[in-house]
Design a protein around this ligand. Structure first.
Ligand SMILES: NC(=O)c1ccc[n+]([C@@H]2O[C@H](COP(=O)([O-])OP(=O)(O)OC[C@H]3O[C@@H](n4cnc5c(N)ncnc54)[C@H](OP(=O)(O)O)[C@@H]3O)[C@@H](O)[C@H]2O)c1
Length: 240
């Protein structure tokens, strides 16, 4: 897809991978509307020349606020990027169920609600795209993040079915599976991390190429292992 001139709604576009993606899409000539919660990051995005929407997407009211803000706008591309982790270990403590629920809503319900409500508008565009950011952990979970991995597997499954349903329409469906990327989400992790710039660059390439999946960085390797042996992929990732 030609990105120049496209209007893009990018959730979680004020930090991490999303902030880099917003900058690279703007450099391609797209108009990018970014969402986020934190006032300073919203202000920084505005200072960088982005339209912004402030909303907490871990609840239905936040999703409604985003939909109200883009009502009447011709959005060509919806990028569901906002996401959060929710690690816990039953061997140490009971999970914080409120935290689990916010993770499930932000990572699954919010994309599903945005897609459903924006579908007619996207169908009316000459060409459109839905980009769902999952994770390499959508292929095989790690033990420390049962809820996070479950949300990403759910969004991956939804995305696969959605792509099939939209075959033959003008809406392209892209799933992005990032590896471990250097952002605040991975602040405590010591494993080798990809830069958000490099991750965003691979996402932009996948969008321009109308790819179905962007297996970013090391996820390319995991994807090959998974296609040969899902059991081996699970064994590698479970202790990750
Ligand atoms: N980093 C990784 O290693 C990695 C790996 C695989 C997949 N991913 C996925 O990539 C996506 C981006 O991750 P990231 O690492 O770039 O995260 P990040 O640095 O924490 O940034 C997340 C973005 O989403 C916004 N956000 C967070 N919680 C929100 C909420 N409740 N409502 C609305 N906006 C919210 C944040 O802004 P505010 O906090 O100001 O709201 C920020 O703009 C996520 O879907 C994540 O699951 C990341």
């Amino acid at each position: 897809m030609q990105l120049n001139g496209k209007t893009i709604l990018l959730t979680g576009g004020t930090d991490g991978i999303g902030r880099e993606l917003a900058a690279q899409l703007k450099a391609k000539g797209a108009v990018v509307i970014v969402t986020g919660r934190t006032a300073e990051r919203i202000a920084a995005a505005q200072a960088a020349g982005f339209e912004t929407i402030s909303a907490d997407l871990s609840n239905a009211a936040g999703v409604d606020a985003v939909l109200a803000a883009v009502k009447g706008r011709d959005i060509d591309i919806l990028i569901n990027n906002a996401g959060v982790g929710s690690d816990h270990d039953f061997r140490e403590a009971a999970p914080d169920l409120g935290d689990n629920d916010r993770c499930i809503f932000l990572n699954v319900n919010a994309p599903v609600h945005l897609i459903a409500n924006m579908m007619d508008g996207l169908k009316a565009r000459p060409e459109a795209m839905i980009v769902n950011t999952t994770s390499g952990l959508a292929l095989a979970p790690r033990a420390g993040g049962p809820i996070y991995c479950a949300t990403k597997a759910a969004l991956r499954s939804y995305t696969l079915a959605l792509r099939e349903q939209l075959k033959g329409t003008r809406i392209h469906v892209l799933e992005v599976l990032p590896p471990v990327v250097e952002t605040k989400m991975t602040a405590g992790r010591t494993s080798k991390k990809m830069s958000p710039q490099d991750c965003a660059a691979e996402m932009v390439c996948a969008m321009e190429a109308d790819a179905n999946e962007a297996n970013v960085g090391m996820v390319k390797f995991l994807r090959v292992v998974y296609s040969i042996s899902p059991a081996l992929a699970r064994r590698i990732m479970i202790g990750f």
